[in-house]
Every structure is written in structure tokens, then in C-alpha cells.
Design a protein around this ligand. Structure first.
Ligand code: NAD
Ligand code: ZN
Length: 352
């Protein structure tokens, strides 16, 4: 098999030959068709997450060995089944749910694999979909996507369910409520589309790029604001009549977290999703006296993926824009995300 791997942190990915694994037990070997490129891939590729004043959380310190294959937004066909695998047939195409736990701890036993401390997430802990084959531990992680476009379907495995799960945390809200989306990239634009399908709330989109804000408007945002403008806090408060009722921060930097807290209305809710990192100084009083609820959100469950696919299959969810590119160009897609010069949609690597 061929895999496009990180061989040195932050350096161009290298195309390597590797032995195609033979599936054991309940494992399923998948032949990759498409794989979305996520900003999380950029963080892992660079070799660390930014903890601001607390330094860096390095992938090497977390046990990641090079070469490593990124890729967690995978659509693939079944190539071979382990002797105990069942329920899928060779040649069928599925979305691969990548957020896989160890399968044996108490969290996994209770069905809460996202809480597993020994996760086997594809493209983050185990080799992922920037390769022409990928090994999946069990057929239960394969989700059919009949009637949907393959390239859109793969984005549901991360950007889709991450946005969906964050939106579930703030509830459907009222028509008069304002939901603020900070960061209108792959995740934020997906969230605007999903929010429009499941919630009557009004949406204010915030980004540093006017081009991204144009995309946010096209996706259904009711208002947009560029956060590089002076007095952005008062602009957000004026637009939302006193501050958003809920904010989802798809950037997750010290700066955007502070913006979310500073602009929130009394009783407001903030969900942090982005992993840009950094740190900020906040007065705890702002949280207490505004009675804020602040919560983190991490990807989504297997059931979230099934529910999101079902929602898309009703036709209520307009497809996100995707840009197909040969998988050999993955480094280019990572650089574009890093520099904020990504095109008008999620890059999706193609395997022929
Ligand atoms: P992306 O690069 O497609 O989009 C990021 C967007 O944020 C861009 O539109 C950019 O212009 C905007 N932005 C950057 N700095 C900003 C700022 N200071 N203020 C406002 N907007 C700003 O990235 P993505 O794929 O949408 O991912 C976004 C983040 O979410 C990444 O850090 C990624 O690792 C993380 N992520 C988290 C989860 C999770 O489960 N928590 C899952 C997937 C991705
Ligand atoms: Zn992702």
C-alpha cells in the first residue's frame, strides 16, 4: 500500500510504500476513496498543540511515532474482512467513524468512547486516511451514506459531527436568540448550515477574513462581523441587542475565548471547539456575574454521525462545499489551512 506520512514534524509529507495489513479478528481493511483535510491535521503535522503560557503539548511526548499517517475524514470501500468481522461486504462504501476508544475500559463499556483515555482514533492515534488503505477495528464503525455525495459524506466524520455535537450542547434556541459562530472555516461553515436546518435562532458569524465571511453569508448567516475591526466587542453586542445568547468558538485561541466571554450576554452560553490554542487572562468575576455557562466540545459520537447522515438524507441540510484534489497534494492543502488561504470549501483528497 501507499501512505502519505509525516516523517519530520512540519515538513512536506512523504509518499511511502508499506505492507498492506491483513485484517485480524473483527478488523476490516478499507480501501480509501476520499479523505477530508482538517485543521487538526495541521496541528498534529506541526507536532504540537499550543498551550499558551503553559508551553506546548507535543505529539512526540504523547507517544506518537514517525512516520505517521494523518486523515480522519474518511470514505472507503471494504477491501477485506477479518475472520470474525461481519455485517459489511467487500466493495461497499462507507464513512469511517474515526473516534475509536480502546474498547475495554469502563468508558468504552458504557458506550462513551470519547471519554476513553487510551483512544485509538484514526489519523490521530493510529494511522489514518492519507493512505490508500486503512485498518478499522470493527465493522460497527462503518456508516452507510446512501444518497449523499461521497466527498461531502467524508466531512461528516469530523467537521460535520463536531459542529453537530457543539450545536446540540446549546439546544435549538428561540427565533429571537442570537447564536454567534466564531471562525468560519470547515467547522464553522458546516455549523451554520446545520444550525439553519435544526434551529430557528439567528446567526452572527465572526471571522478575521472577509472572504470567509462571504461564505458564511452564503451558508445562511444573518449577520457577519470582521473581528479585526476596532471596537468588535461593542459591534457584536450592538448587532445582537446586548450579546449573543450562545457562542460557539471554532477557533479556540486565547483571543477568541476572551472575545466570547467579553461579548456574552447575562446567562449566555459558550462552547469551545477550536484548538488554535494560546492563553488569555480573564477575570473570573465576568463569568460569575454574567452567570455564564462555558463548556468544551470534542468531535461527536458514532450515534451523532448516524443522526447527521440521517438529517442530510432528509434533504434539509445543504451540502458543504468541497474541493477535490489528488491525495499527493495533501501538503499543499495543509499549508493552505495553516496560512488561512484555503479555497472556498473543505479540501478532500482523492484516491483513484
Ligand atoms: P479552518 O482552518 O478551516 O478554519 C479556521 C477559521 O478560523 C478560518 O476561517 C480563519 O479565518 C478563522 N480564524 C482564525 N483566527 C481567527 C480569529 N482570531 N478570530 C476569528 N476567526 C479566526 O479550520 P477548521 O478545520 O474549521 O478547524 C478549526 C479548529 O477546530 C482547529 O483548531 C481544529 O483543530 C479544531 N477542531 C476541533 C475539533 C474538536 O472536536 N474540538 C474537531 C475538529 C477540529
Ligand atoms: Zn478534524
Amino acid at each position: 500500500m501507499k501512505k502519505l506520512a509525516i516523517t519530520q514534524w512540519g515538513e512536506p509529507l512523504q509518499l511511502l510504500d508499506a505492507e498492506t495489513p491483513a485484517p485480524q479478528g473483527r478488523e476490516v481493511l478499507m480501501k480509501t476513496q476520499a479523505c477530508g483535510v482538517c485543521h487538526s491535521d495541521v496541528h498534529v503535522w506541526e507536532g504540537y498543540f499550543d498551550l499558551g503560557s503553559k508551553g506546548k503539548m507535543r505529539m512526540a511526548d504523547r507517544g506518537m511515532k514517525l512516520p505517521f499517517t494523518l486523515g480522519h475524514e474518511i470514505v472507503a470501500t471494504v477491501a477485506a474482512l477479518g475472520p470474525e468481522a461481519s455485517g459489511v461486504a467487500v466493495g461497499q462504501s462507507y464513512i469511517v467513524y474515526p473516534w475509536i476508544g480502546c474498547g475495554t475500559c469502563a468508558a468504552c463499556a458504557s458506550g462513551d468512547e470519547l471519554m476513553c483515555l487510551q483512544a485509538r482514533s484514526l489519523g490521530l492515534r493510529c494511522d489514518g486516511g492519507y493512505a490508500d488503505h486503512v485498518l478499522v477495528p470493527d465493522a460497527k464503525y462503518l456508516v452507510p451514506y446512501d444518497g449523499l455525495s461521497r466527498d461531502v459524506a467524508c466531512t461528516y466524520a469530523c467537521s460535520g459531527i463536531t459542529a453537530y455535537s457543539a450545536l446540540k450542547k446549546i439546544g435549538t434556541r428561540k427565533e429571537s436568540d442570537w447564536l454567534c459562530i466564531i471562525g468560519c472555516g470547515g467547522l464553522g461553515i458546516g455549523a451554520i448550515r446545520i444550525a439553519k436546518a435544526i434551529s430557528p435562532a439567528r446567526i452572527l458569524a465572526v471571522d478575521v477574513s472577509d472572504a470567509r465571511l462571504d461564505l458564511a453569508k452564503a451558508a445562511g448567516a444573518d449577520a457577519v462581523l470582521n473581528s479585526t475591526k476596532a471596537d468588535i466587542v461593542s459591534q457584536i453586542q450592538a448587532q445582537t441587542g446586548g450579546g449573543p445568547h450562545a457562542t460557539i468558538d471554532f477557533v479556540g485561541s486565547g483571543e477568541t475565548f476572551a472575545l466570547a466571554v467579553d461579548t456574552a450576554r447575562r446567562g449566555g452560553q459558550i462552547v469551545i471547539v477550536g484548538l488554535f490554542g494560546g492563553s488569555t487572562t480573564l477575570a473570573p468575576l465576568a463569568i460569575t456575574t454574567k452567570l455564564l455557562r462555558i463548556e468544551g466540545s470534542y468531535v461527536g459520537t458514532l450515534q451523532d454521525l448516524k443522526d447527521l447522515v440521517a438529517l442530510a438524507q432528509t434533504g434539509k441540510l445543504p451540502p458543504v462545499a468541497t474541493i477535490a484534489m489528488p491525495y499527493e497534494r495533501a501538503t499543499e492543502a495543509l499549508n493552505a489551512l495553516k496560512q488561512g488561504t484555503g479555497g472556498e470549501g473543505r479540501a478532500v483528497l482523492q484516491f483513484s
